[in-house]
Design a protein around this ligand. Structure first.
Ligand code: CP
Length: 348
């Protein structure tokens, strides 16, 4: 018996990149992903998606529930000819019986991408530490980078007449969530004006502000941190998110009483923003808390385009992070292996 080399996978780590945060990527690289999204969305519309993830797999680890992230990654993998595995902490050893680093190494021998929605950023970073395939952050306590690719794309699809992304003013009304941080970093990287409108008690930490201000210095963007909801006036986009998330249940009453009613995105607040202001929300939304059903259903709401673009983003991310490793076999290699295996099977 002739044995092949000890690993069937490409374990070279040079050039390997993870998507733990969009901040690790240049504006040009993020724009490349947006361009890829546009091409894949167009191909999907014409039912003509190239099978760019054929024969490949993405392991999807979920420590928290998810509708959009789970369905979009699984569907994207299938539509591009590949496969997705759903793994909850009940199904696998995740930092308990096996270290995160070993889990990342083992999964790397079997799948082509690891996507993880985790309670803490250190978990997704731990998986990436020794992984030899790309690790994508599907949401952690700090960031939600795949959401933000969908958000940037949705903004680009709905640009006001004569404006480019860098001309936009985006107001995030509400808590300093993982979507707030990711949007703050991405918008300021693209040269936009980003306003976080939030009660003083729950405002964005200084560490986020410093990252965003560095981005502004490089891009010409602007950051405004305020508790004054009048600051929505003239903004192109108003964004809302949940007032509390997993792990913050013990602060629920305090948070709701601090944010409601002043920081609820109502029709009145949208009118204050201006007649053309758009409404965005990563969803799931609570239409009795952070926003009203009237706003969600209004013609200025793009929330369901935004949700659909999670799929557009995941298609692009699976392709972007694996295309370097795609080595299509030659016809001769395919024939050689087929003849060899079939020849052996005939002898059994
Ligand atoms: N926006 C978002 O991440 O949705 P899910 O929690 O449903 O994945």
């Amino acid at each position: 018996m002739k044995m092949p080399s000890s690993s069937a996978t490409n374990l070279k780590k040079e050039g390997l990149r993870h998507l733990l945060k969009t901040q690790d990527y240049t504006k040009k690289e993020l724009n490349d992903i947006l361009e890829l999204m546009a091409m894949l969305k167009e191909a999907r519309k014409e039912n003509a998606l190239p099978q760019l993830f054929k024969g490949k797999s993405v392991a999807m680890i979920f420590e928290q529930p998810s509708t959009r992230t789970r369905v979009s990654f699984e569907t994207a993998a299938t539509m591009l000819g590949g496969h997705a595995l759903f793994l909850s902490p009940k199904d696998i050893h995740l930092g308990s019986k096996e270290s995160l680093e070993d889990t990342g190494r083992v999964l790397s021998r079997m799948v082509d991408v690891i996507m993880a929605r985790v309670d803490e950023h250190s978990t997704v970073a731990g998986l990436a530490e020794q992984a030899s395939v790309p690790v994508i952050n599907g949401l952690c306590d700090w960031l939600h980078p795949t959401q933000i690719m969908a958000d940037l794309f949705t903004m680009a699809e709905h640009l006001p007449e004569g404006k480019s992304l860098s001309d936009l003013t985006v107001a995030f009304v509400g808590d300093a969530t993982n979507v707030t941080s990711s949007l703050m970093f991405a918008c300021t990287k693209f040269g936009m004006t980003f306003k976080h409108i939030c009660p003083e008690r729950f405002k964005a930490p200084q560490k986020w502000v410093e990252i965003a201000l560095d981005n502004c210095e490089a891009s010409g963007g602007k950051l405004v941190i305020t508790d004054n909801t009048d600051e929505v006036a003239g903004c192109d986009i108003i964004v809302a998110d949940s007032f509390y998330w997993f792990g913050q249940e013990d602060e629920k009453e305090l948070r709701l009483s601090t944010f409601i009613p002043n920081y609820v995105v109502t029709q009145e607040l949208m009118d204050k923003a201006g007649p053309d202001a758009m409404f965005m929300h990563c969803l799931p939304a609570n239409d009795t808390r952070e926003c009203t059903r009237e706003v969600m259903e209004s013609p200025r709401s793009v929330i369901f385009d935004e949700a659909e673009n999670r799929l557009t983003a995941q298609m692009a991310l699976l392709v972007y992070f694996t295309h370097h490793h795609i080595q299509a076999p030659t016809e001769a290699t395919l024939t050689m292996h087929k003849d060899k295996i079939e020849g052996f099977l005939k002898t059994l």
